[in-house]
Design a protein. Structure first.
Length: 372
């Protein structure tokens, strides 16, 4: 069988990202039974230790797909109604008219109108996304802070609304997914993390995927370097970090091989039913944290180039780390990429992120990985 993966082109594209300024990155690309793994650069800028394709990594908001799948399993079993108001389940957390108006679906697809709690939990990011007025100080202050989800949810619920329930475009907000975590706990009688571990991660046979018990990434992993738009120079290592600030919205640790396996099984109807998968692929316009309007489903979003196939998946960032995992609609072609630097763009005089060579190099890598 002809190998449809161009190893030389993939290796060259990875090296280009490293040369453009990314300390280290690693990836796995699949086409049917063919698998390519690659890595470029270093996992530690001090020692020069290289990255390898099998490393474990904080994958940020890719966690949302796992959480959405867990909620849909409970929808299938009749424990949760997708279009039931969240106030019926959690009246204390989303009280009054908003609790009656915001449905479970609106939480999963970010059309609840609930604000992002992050600027309230991280005071020096108060103006986020007016980035010129922010500073990285509270990233350090909160390295080992243990947040409780209900205190974060309260910050988001009591903040000024960013839209009306069900209105579009929605606004991407981690508050929604923290509420879904508490909802899972309410209906399953166990923590969201435990439920997702048993019913999503273990069901998919993922060996390197877990919710962290503490601030450390267990096993071989890269350091994670945060530049905060040039305000942290040189970029600082945030690989040791208590992830209770995002919980079931963005705290997962995984590997590129596990991510590809998970999305492959999801698209094959092996994590949720085909009808639930169809619900996940019903999209609405949502304004992302970067201020772009994207199509967003239930914990999944599509990516396509004009005239090319549609891919489904999710991206994620944490302080210092990022990942993107995508699978073609037919489930055959896949890519998962992890990087160990975040917010590498400088800011212009009005506080908007400036283009950086890393952006173009990553876009070129994604094109090679997805379309050959």
């Amino acid at each position: 069988m002809k190998n449809s993966l161009d190893s030389a082109a993939l290796n060259a594209a990875m090296e280009d990202v490293h040369r453009a300024g990314m300390p280290g990155l690693f990836a796995e690309v699949r086409d049917g039974d063919q698998v390519w793994c690659g890595a470029a650069g270093v996992a530690d800028v001090v020692t020069g230790r290289p990255v390898t394709a099998g490393m474990r990594h904080r994958v940020g908001s890719i966690t949302k797909t796992f959480t959405a799948a867990a909620v849909l399993q409970q929808v299938e079993s009749g424990q949760i109604g997708l279009d039931t108001p969240i106030g019926r389940y959690l009246p204390g957390l989303v009280p009054g008219e908003r609790g009656d108006a915001i449905t479970v679906r609106m939480l999963i697809n970010h059309t609840s109108g609930l604000a992002e709690y992050l600027p309230y939990a991280y005071p020096s990011l108060k103006a986020f996304p007016a980035l010129a007025d922010t500073g990285p100080q509270s990233l350090d202050d909160h390295r080992l802070t243990r947040f409780h989800p209900t205190e974060l949810i309260e910050m988001g619920v009591t903040a000024p609304a960013v839209g009306t329930p069900g209105g579009t475009p929605g606004v991407y907000s981690n508050t929604n997914y923290l509420l879904l975590g508490v909802l899972l706990e309410q209906v399953t009688g166990t923590t969201a993390e435990r439920y997702i571990t048993r019913n999503v991660i273990e069901r998919a046979g993922l060996r390197d995927t877990e919710f962290p018990a503490g601030p450390y990434v267990e096993g071989p992993h890269s350091q994670l370097y945060e530049a905060w738009f040039g305000m942290i120079d040189p970029p600082r290592d945030y690989s040791v970090y208590d992830m209770s600030w995002v919980g079931p919205s963005a705290s997962l640790i995984s590997s590129v091989a596990d991510l590809n396996r998970f999305y492959s099984m999801l698209m094959a109807g092996e994590i949720v039913s085909p009808s639930s998968l169809a619900q996940m692929q019903r999209t609405v316009p949502v304004v992302s944290q970067e201020g772009r309007t994207i199509d967003y489903g239930l914990g999944l979003h599509p990516m396509e180039s004009p005239g090319q196939s549609i891919f489904w998946g999710h991206g994620g960032t944490v302080w210092g780390g990022g990942a993107l995992a995508m699978v073609r609609a037919d489930g055959k072609r896949q890519m998962a990429v992890a990087v160990n630097l975040q917010r590498w763009n400088g800011l212009d005089s009005s506080g908007r992120p400036q283009p950086h060579p890393i952006d173009d190099a990553l876009a070129a890598l994604f094109r090679v990985a997805m379309y050959g």
